[in-house]
Structure formats: C-alpha cells, structure tokens
Design a protein around this ligand. Structure first.
Ligand code: ZN
Ligand code: ZN
Length: 342
C-alpha cells in the first residue's frame, strides 16, 4: 500500500509499505478521505511537535477492512470516523475527566501513523460508526467539527444569545453553524475573503464584516450603530492570528466571553488589557481538542444538520498530498481532502 511519511521536518515522501496488521484491539481501515489541516502544515514546518517518521493525517474516514481478535463492537464493511486523540485513561487529568489535557496523549497522525495512506489502524475505542449511505467525503469533517463542538459547549450559548465568529476557514464556518444550532439569533462572521463571507450567510451567519475594508473593527461591530451594539455574548476566535486574539475580548459584551480556538505558533505573544477584562468582567477562555465530542460530531454529520459539502475546496490523490502540505494554503481554500485511489 502507499503511505505518505513525514520523514523529518521539511521532508515528506510517499512510500510503498506493507499493509498494517491490526492488533487485538484495533481496526484496519481502508481510508476513503482525509482532510489536510493547518496542523499538518505545522508538522511539516516543525512548528508542532511530532515523532517522525510518521504518516500524518488525523481527519479521516474509511471502511473497516479487518478487526483485531478482541474487537466485538465493529465488523468489516462498517464506515467509521476516527477520534485521533488517544488519552491514557490513568493520569491525573484523565481521572478528572479532562481527557484532552491527558499528560500522555497520543494522537493518530502526529505520534502514530494516520490517514494520508491507503490504510490505517485505529483502536476500536476511538472509532465511531457512520451510516453507509453517507457521502464519505463528509465523514472527514467529524474531527474538526468535534473540536468546534468543545468550543461551543464552553460558550454555554442559550436561545437568543449572540455570537461573533472571527475567521472564515473550516473552523469558523463550522462554528457559525453550531452557534445557530445552539440557539444564537445573531451570528456575525468577520473574515476578509468575500466568498467565505457569502458562504457563511448561506450557512447561518446573520451578518458579515470585511475587516480589511478600513475603519475600526471593534467600533463597526460594537458601536451604537454597529452590527451588534454593545458586543456579543460570545466571541469565537477561529483565525489563529495575534491581531484577532487581541481584538476578540473587545468584541464581547460586558459579562461576555472570548474563546480562542485558533492556533498561533508556539512562542508567539499577544497583548491583553487586564483592566478591561476585569472592569467589564469578560472571560478569556481557550478550547483545546475534542473531549467526548466526537460521537456528537458524527451524529451531526450523519444527520446533515451541519452542512459540509461547500467546505470541500477540492479532492486530490495521495501523490499530490506532499506538494499541497508543504505549501501554504491557497487564498480562499477551505478544506482539501486527500482521497486515496484504491
Ligand atoms: Zn485538524
Ligand atoms: Zn491521561
């Protein structure tokens, strides 16, 4: 079979290797699709710790080809999405139920071989069933959606709440939809790209703003004649930029919350104004990974309640994956999916 390997920082190669044999508790998955995520580019650049040589790809969907001898809950032919984040179950954080903060976290596609390959192995406890009738490409969105669900859970949105989403990438466009599902009546998306703004309005955004159109973004949103006078109950930072992280708390209303989902390079700093956070009692919160949300993400994708088809920018074969991962995302690109040709 073919598998892409991160051989070292800055070096990706497609290799011919033996198909893996599932261990007693594992499933062998024939990969149908695997999304290329910003994290894959960070791995290539050495901006995110990993263990080369390793096959990247943590947003995958596929059909079970074989099961290990102890697996009784899955059988060949079933379509599954894999939760790539494997918690140890016994460290202090796992024992407190904070599995995303596990001290021994092992991630498929980062520490273990992932989905940019014809086949991958997955512990059965990390697998979630998807309907066989589902468009397999849609299954590749379960992992990013599970991460967004954690963020939206932390936001504690209520019916009638208001939200601002900064960033029109895959995370921003999923958060827009989840915020509406969670009851938000006003959802403002802030992004430079006009196609993404238009798409977000089809997906549930009630207003959009181009931050590059000139003028102060905070004033244009929270000012007395702004899009959301006084600010939003919750601001989701999904762009992963210093400037937007700094802006997010000022877009929240008094007593509101700013949640950071975007990933900035390790070591990068941003300024906050503690007086303003205190005086307006704005909570600054971070959302990391997908603790206990993957099952719900699978349900939302399977039900069609979250729309992902327009988020697929293109599909490519395994041969093209190295070239795409080793270059910056193309302007306007939302998600590129790798589809191995079996
Ligand atoms: Zn990802
Ligand atoms: Zn643990």
């Amino acid at each position: 079979m073919k598998a892409l390997f991160l051989e070292d920082v800055g070096k990706l190669a497609l290799r011919d290797i033996e198909k893996p044999v599932p261990k007693a508790d594992e499933l062998l998955i024939r990969i149908e699709a695997c999304g290329i995520c910003g994290t894959d580019r960070h791995l290539f650049l050495g901006e995110f710790p990993s263990k080369p040589p390793v096959t990247p790809g943590h947003e995958f969907v596929g059909v079970i080809e074989a099961v290990g001898r102890d697996v009784t809950d899955f059988e060949p032919g079933m379509r599954v999405t894999g939760d790539p984040n494997i918690a140890c179950g016994h460290c202090a954080e796992c024992q407190r139920g904070r599995v995303n903060l596990c001290a021994n976290l092992q991630a498929i596609g980062i520490h273990r071989n992932g989905g940019f390959a014809d086949y991958a192995v997955l512990p059965h406890k990390q697998a979630h069933l998807l309907p066989s009738s589902l468009n397999p490409l849609h299954g590749a969105f379960c992992e990013p959606l599970a991460c967004c669900l954690h963020g939206v859970d932390l936001a504690k949105l209520k019916a009638g709440s208001s939200a601002i989403v900064i960033g029109g990438g895959v995370i921003g466009l999923l958060v827009v939809q989840l915020a509406r599902l969670a009851g938000a009546t006003d959802v403002v998306l802030i992004t430079r790209n006009v196609e993404k703004r238009q798409l977000s309005e089809k997906l549930g955004a009630t207003a959009t703003l181009d931050p590059s159109s000139g003028g102060d973004v905070v004033e244009q949103v929270t000012g007395s004649s702004g899009l959301l006078p006084g600010g939003a109950d919750v601001v989701f930072e999904c762009a992963g930029l210093r400037q937007t992280v700094e802006e997010a708390p000022f877009l929240a209303r008094r007593g509101g919350m700013a949640i950071i989902l975007g990933v900035l390079p390790q070591g990068e700093k941003a300024e906050i104004e503690p007086f303003d956070l205190l005086f307006r009692e704005v909570a600054l919160v971070t959302s990391f990974l997908n603790p206990f949300t993957h099952r719900r993400a699978a349900e939302l994708i399977a039900s069609g309640m979250i729309v992902v088809k327009p988020l697929i920018s293109r599909t490519i074969g395994l041969e093209e994956a190295a070239g795409v991962i080793s270059n910056p995302a193309i302007a306007g690109e939302i998600r590129t999916l790798v589809v191995p040709q079996h």
